[in-house]
Write a protein that binds this ligand. Structure first.
Ligand code: PEP
Ligand code: MG
Length: 890
């Protein structure tokens, strides 16, 4: 026979799977000898069986009876006894806390007779009637499924009849009348009478708690928090203690340290003559624990002693619910307390100093997500604000500025010292100048890996994307919130990249001390900041612990230098496409429309010195460290004028009889290069094969820059990377040309360059034939953005905003595969390619440079698969260092 019911004395804190969080911790406290009202836990296994079978599993009723008898013996009272009733609470308690999601019924055991017994025993008939009234209300709503408004309206009517707003003004007779009304309402709405049999009350309440696992709100909460649906909840049945039996009674919540700041010292609220619910609901002003000492010194001192004991026992900050009944302290709940990111780091540090935990454990107690939170400038949420819309939280931070609708205005206004937010439907590489100078970027289309999002994260720029309620009209320079406010160019808005919220006007912002410290700010205000010290200590410990190296994705000397200050050990991806915009764009146009090789060469010759100086700057800021430079990747037409715009211009020219020879040639080229699916078209290595001069020019620029650095006494380590390779033959074709260029450059310069040539693995075919490719590559870098796009067949620029919310809701995946690596699918390709590649070429160096390189869960996966490094945007480098350290701890 399965054991479904356990006395609190039979469990321990390590049994959360079976007893739920609350039950496991009640058991732990009971066994520590703390004053816990006695009771028992019905297991999650019983709940699962109940939900599966549609009723109580065999043996449950008998086991409950057995425990109930034992409880009655301990309490020397019988459940619902007419003379001196034992009353119990029936509370849910799943493995993971799901605050407010599931049901609780208090005062089970009261009926028309036992309410009089309670009145006599407590010598307080008002209290007895009020308790009965609360049971009817909770039971009616929770167990019998009656709208709670039915009861609250009757309560309001009773108060109105009495001419008051206060529950406390209702006397015994008023409450007795209310009890009668409630019973009548139950009959009317539920079609049955309130059960007078205490045991029936108990059984129905237990079933209601089981059923509440499957309410819509509980299911939704689980989806959001990624809690599995099949865990079920345990039910705790516990002898009632009352905090509302006069001024010698009360209820409170407490923490063993401050959960907001991490400060040492207890922290809590106490409310005299109140039940637990009253404390949280804030019906009256609570007092601090220090003030509690004034009103009830004995309970206060005992509480503090217990809190100390709990912390020493759990080796962590605990949160606690307690009740004082007639001067006697009772512990109702404890658990390891939730805390802010700031508190997490500070508490971990303090506990190391106090000898409660070691540094490894401290590192386990903090997360990269928490560190990321500490790095963003933040809005001061105590201020008043007007929410306009909510989009995707694409790149965290808080930005305030004047709305502008095109990059040129952004640049112009920023140059005259204005803070601007660039608002677009979506962004393209053209917008880059505007994005660089803007405080933040807001788009109405696109997901978290859209151009706007990726670029913004790369620059550490705040970004909200896919705010679909916004109708962005770039022509008229304004946007309208669906059915409301219009924001015009120059109007101030605030965007929160951490929450995705968009506000009207300026919401006040505060700076991150942690970022200032990473930047090397030596101001004592920063270096002496206790939060900064706690972060520094744990990031350093992570560095000493980790196996994985951390590089950065950076395209400019400035970004590279910042990433290096943030701890990057090289560049894992320098995208070169941004280097072909602005004034250089015209050279690319020349290249594409050139009639012959001579014309192409002229354009390439003009680009070469410019590229060389780009790479010089980057190699210099990463001197001594590896720098992976990727040859140009996106489809060429991204560098050409828009097909429609150009066609219209030509049509107009025709009407006016203008010749416009060069424009016509350009139009022909644009038409020729136009693709229905550019992501699957002429890009990456394909471009290098079709227009070989482009790749060799870039390779020459990289190597010449390296030679120049060597001559200047530098120590460059360039790694030339070929994108979008699907077959080893593609790689061989371009690699040969690069090797020829390298031989030339080294001979011309008279220096030997330490360089390597490798490829991205971003097509399933590349992963599946990695053994062949590895024979021609010094390194692989997994481009998991494209690899995800190509494996799922998801267009990365489109799907997140269009249907991912439905997919997430329906559980196709718990989190976007563009955000956190799909380890089962895409991850299998990575694992396979790494193993095959290493087997074919034991010297092969392996890394990842897709967005997943900065995602905590994905970093643990890459570590496990045995990659040598992850590469991520500069602002995520510290996060990756921390997570790589945590991953190494196992
Ligand atoms: C990738 O595909 O993962 C990658 C890093 O390249 P990009 O995002 O530039 O296509
Ligand atoms: Mg790619």
């Amino acid at each position: 026979m399965t054991a479904y019911v356990f006395d609190f004395s039979q469990g321990s804190k390590d049994q959360k799977d079976l007893l739920g969080g609350k039950g496991a911790n009640l058991a732990e406290m009971t066994n520590l000898g703390l004053p816990v009202p006695p009771g028992f836990t019905i297991t999650t296994e019983a709940c699962r069986a109940y939900l599966q079978e549609g009723g109580d599993p065999a043996g449950l009723a008998e086991q409950v009876s057995e425990r109930l008898v034992a409880l009655e013996e301990t309490m020397e009272r019988k459940l619902g006894d007419a003379g001196d009733p034992l009353l119990v609470s029936v509370r849910s308690g799943a493995k993971f806390s799901m605050p407010g999601m599931m049901e609780t019924v208090l005062n089970v055991g009261l009926n028309d007779e036992s309410v009089e017994g309670l009145a006599r025993q407590s010598d307080d008939s008002r209290f007895a009637q009020d308790s009965y009234r609360r049971l009817l209300q909770m039971f009616g709503a929770t167990v019998l499924g009656i709208e709670s408004a039915v009861f609250s309206e009757a309560l309001d009517a009773a108060k109105k009849a009495k001419g008051t707003d206060e529950d406390l003004d209702l006397d015994t007779d008023d409450l007795r009348d209310l009890v009668a009304t409630y019973k009548q309402l139950i009959e009317e709405h539920a079609g049955r009478a309130f059960p007078q049999d205490p045991r029936e009350q108990l059984d129905l309440a237990v079933n209601a708690v089981f059923d509440s696992w499957n309410t819509d709100r509980a299911a939704l909460y689980r989806r959001q928090e990624q809690i599995p649906d099949d865990l079920g909840t345990a039910v705790n049945v516990q002898a009632m203690v009352f905090g509302n039996r006069g001024m010698d009674s009360g209820s409170g919540v407490a923490f063993t340290r401050d959960p907001a700041t991490g400060n040492q010292g207890v922290y809590g609220d106490y409310l005299q003559n109140a039940q637990g619910e009253d404390v949280v609901a804030g019906i009256r002003n609570t007092v601090s624990l220090a003030d509690m000492a004034e009103v009830d010194r004995t309970s206060h001192d005992e509480l503090l002693e217990i809190m100390e004991k709990l912390e020493k026992h759990y080796h962590d900050m605990c949160d606690i619910e307690f009740t004082v009944e007639d001067g006697k302290l009772w512990m109702l709940q404890t658990r390891v307390g939730k805390r802010t990111p700031e508190a997490a780091f500070r508490i971990a540090g303090h506990m190391v100093d106090e000898g409660l935990i070691d540094l490894d454990e401290a590192l386990r107690r903090v997360t990269g997500a928490q560190l990321a939170q500490l790095m963003f400038p933040r809005f001061d949420y105590s201020s008043e604000r007007n929410l306009l819309a909510k989009g995707m939280n694409a790149s965290p931070g808080a930005a305030v500025g004047k709305a502008v609708f095109d990059w040129a205005t952004a640049v112009e206004w920023a140059e005259r010292g204005e803070d601007v937010i660039l608002v677009r439907k979506e962004t393209s590489p053209d917008d880059l100048h505007g994005m660089v100078v803007a405080k933040g970027i807001l788009t109405s289309r696109g997901g978290k890996t859209s151009h706007a999002a990726v670029v913004a994260r790369g620059m550490g720029r705040t970004c909200v994307c896919g705010a679909e309620a916004l109708d962005v009209d770039t022509k008229n320079a304004e946007f309208t919130v669906r059915g409301g406010t219009t924001i015009r160019e120059g109007d101030v808005i605030s965007i929160d990249g951490t929450t995705g919220e968009v506000f009207e006007g300026a919401v006040p912002v505060t700076d991150s001390a942690v970022v200032r410290w990473f930047e090397g700010d030596k101001d004592p205000e920063i270096t002496d900041n206790p939060l900064v010290q706690a972060v520094a200590r744990l990031v350093e410990h992570a560095d000493q612990t980790r196996r994985l190296q951390v590089r950065t994705n950076a395209d400019t000397g400035e970004d590279a230098a910042r990433a290096r200050r943030f701890g990057a050990q090289g560049i894992g991806l320098c995208r070169t496409e941004h280097m072909f915009l602005g004034e250089r764009r015209e050279l690319v146009e020349h290249l594409i429309i050139a009639d012959d090789e001579a014309g192409q060469e002229k354009a390439l010759d003009a680009l070469l010195p410019q590229q060389r100086s780009d790479f010089l700057e980057i190699l210099e800021s990463m001197d001594g460290l590896p720098v992976t430079i990727r040859l140009i990747d996106p489809p060429l037409h991204e560098f050409l004028p828009d097909l429609t715009d150009l066609s219209v211009a030509m049509a107009v020219a025709d009407v006016h009889g203008h010749r416009k020879k060069r424009q016509r040639k350009l139009l022909a080229a644009v038409q020729r290069l136009h693709e229905a699916n550019p992501m699957l078209g002429l890009r990456g290595v394909r471009l290098g094969i079709v227009i070989p001069g482009l790749f060799t020019m870039q390779a020459r620029a990289v190597l010449e820059a390296a030679a120049e650095r060597i001559k200047a006494g530098g120590d460059p380590h360039p790694e030339i990377m070929i994108p979008l390779v699907g077959s080893v033959r593609e790689l061989d074709l371009v690699k040969q040309r690069i090797m020829d260029v390298a031989a030339d450059v080294q001979e011309e310069a008279g220096v030997a360059i330490d360089f390597s040539v490798g490829t991205m693995i971003e097509l399933p075919r590349a992963a599946l034939t990695a053994d062949q490719i590895a024979g021609s590559a010094d390194f692989f870098s997994f481009g998991t953005n494209d690899l995800t796009q190509m494996t799922w067949g998801f267009s990365r620029d489109d799907v997140e905003a269009s249907f991912f919310s439905t997919y997430l809701e329906q559980g196709v995946f718990p989190v976007s595969p563009f955000e956190s690596l799909d380890t089962e699918g895409v991850g299998t390709l990575v694992r396979t390619a790494a193993a095959k590649g290493r087997e074919a070429n034991p010297e092969l160096h392996l890394g990842v440079c897709g967005e997943h390189g900065g995602d905590p869960a994905s970093i643990h996966f890459f570590d496990e698969v045995g990659l040598d490094y992850v590469s991520c945007s500069p602002f995520r480098v510290p996060v990756a260092r921390l997570e790589a350290g945590r991953s190494a701890l196992g």
